[in-house]
Design a protein around this ligand. Structure first.
Ligand SMILES: *[C@@H]1O[C@H](CO)[C@@H](O)[C@H](O)[C@H]1NC(C)=O
Ligand SMILES: *[C@@H]1O[C@H](CO)[C@@H](O)[C@H](O)[C@H]1NC(C)=O
Ligand SMILES: *[C@@H]1O[C@H](CO)[C@@H](O)[C@H](O)[C@H]1NC(C)=O
Length: 397
């Protein structure tokens, strides 16, 4: 209770403007709520100034670079208790933007519409204090999880955020921004990072966590500045390709028995351009690739179990494949058709009959017969002719 009231006070007056007396007042309030605090958090790692810092950063994120697009905000138990998100959203004027709120638990266990968890128009903001590794491992099973823009906000200075960034489910997002509260010389700062796994630092290590300096709301004013491009270049990475070399003219065996073809030529050109090399390997089962009893075989299974990166064969985008893998935009399409011989022309002597279908001809004949009989009977009765058969013949002709 006290925590949330306190948060609302700080939201209205930015940190810099707090007088000394309000500061001690806040600290007193914090002491008062020490029951909650000490049970869950060590005082030394999360201080009142941190919460102000976090509230301010969240407010400027929501009102600045993250405004105008759908936002999914996911909290863990600790951050839910520490922060007053309604206050943040109120202060940021976020009512114009659709904000979907979720806890880690509800995100994993409650079905949501796909546009809450994936797409180029979605930003997901994960706020966490506890180590999110278990949560991220479970989230990786959700094939609907693929927000293009991902913001990770770590409130715990003691967590190793390199480990968090190296989770495959995190790397699934096209753009990543990490904010982390860190302690340097006993002072707490908010630092920002992105992830450039294909770039190397001077010691040749992959830049899974690449620094972008201290948090500054004047520096990160647009989506563009918050999310630098992560894959301009693959930095000479060697990628594995699973192939079946029976796919002429895309892939086939050359005269000396090596696999050549149009797709390999194209891949070499693309690799030269964006900085990767590749090696090729064929799946041991020599199958193209289907999901059988929940397990992928062929090139897809090969890619998953042997850590290869992609496939360059001709591939039908079936529902199973589209669900579990990403396809590039098709650059070549095949279509299939059923062929039957044309029927021979109809005989000429039936020309006379063609204008009407047989049903019409049948009805004309029936009408003639019925009408003649009925008319002949009527004429016979009125004029007493006596020759019924002759009358029928005369009437019908
Ligand atoms: C964080 O984790 C990475 C591997 O995930 C490790 O290389 C690094 O040394 C760790 N950093 C610290 C400070 O423990
Ligand atoms: C096989 O032929 C291709 C070109 O067709 C060539 O690039 C490759 O070096 C040759 N491999 C060997 C082992 O001779
Ligand atoms: C799939 O599972 C069923 C039942 O468990 C089994 O009868 C069938 O042989 C399996 N199919 C393959 C291809 O393994």
């Amino acid at each position: 209770m006290i925590m949330s009231r306190w948060a609302s006070v700080t939201m209205m007056c930015p940190w810099r403007q707090l007088t000394h007396s309000t500061l001690s007042h806040i600290l007193l309030l914090l002491q008062g709520s020490a029951g909650v605090m000490s049970a869950s958090l060590p005082q030394s790692t999360m201080m009142s100034g941190d919460i102000v810092l976090v509230h301010q950063a969240l407010t400027s994120l929501l009102s600045g670079p993250l405004s105008g697009q759908d936002l999914l905000l996911v909290t863990d138990d600790h951050t839910q208790r520490l922060l007053d998100l309604n206050q943040v959203m109120e202060a940021a004027g976020a009512s114009l933007t659709p904000v979907f709120l979720a806890t880690q638990h509800s995100l994993l266990h409650t079905p949501r519409p796909a546009h809450h968890t994936k797409g180029t128009l979605l930003t997901a903001l994960l706020l966490f204090y506890q180590d999110p590794t278990d949560f991220l491992l479970l989230l990786a099973d959700n094939t609907n999880w693929n927000p293009s823009y991902l913001v990770l906000f770590c409130l715990n200075p003691n967590l190793n955020t390199t480990t968090v960034l190296s989770q495959p489910v995190v790397q699934r997002s096209h753009f990543i921004h990490l904010l982390h509260i860190e302690v340097r010389e006993d002072r707490h700062f908010l630092y920002t990072y992105t992830s450039l796994p294909t770039q190397r630092n001077m010691r040749g290590r992959s830049l899974v966590r690449a620094g972008m300096g201290a948090w500054d709301s004047n520096k990160f004013i647009s989506r563009h500045s918050l999310f630098p491009p992560r894959f301009n270049d693959f930095g000479g990475e060697v990628l594995g390709v699973s192939i079946q070399c029976y796919d002429e003219p895309f892939l086939y065996f050359g005269d000396n028995g090596t696999c050549i073809g149009m797709n390999i030529d194209a891949l070499k050109i693309i690799g030269d351009k964006i900085g990767f090399r590749f090696y090729m390997d064929s799946p041991p089962d020599l199958v193209w690739g289907l999901k059988v009893n929940g397990t992928w075989n062929g090139m897809f299974g090969h890619m998953l179990t042997d850590g290869l990166n992609f496939i360059i064969n001709e591939m039908q985008p079936t529902l199973d494949r589209l669900t579990d893998f990403d396809f590039t935009y098709p650059y070549w399409e095949d279509s299939f058709a059923i062929m039957v011989p044309n029927p021979p022309p109809l005989p000429q002597w039936r020309n006379v009959l063609y204008p009407f279908p047989s049903l019409v001809w049948g009805l004309v004949a029936l009408t003639t017969v019925v009408n003649s009989v009925v008319l002949a009977m009527l004429i016979n009765r009125m004029y007493k002719i006596g020759d019924t058969f002759g009358t029928v013949i005369k009437v019908s002709t």
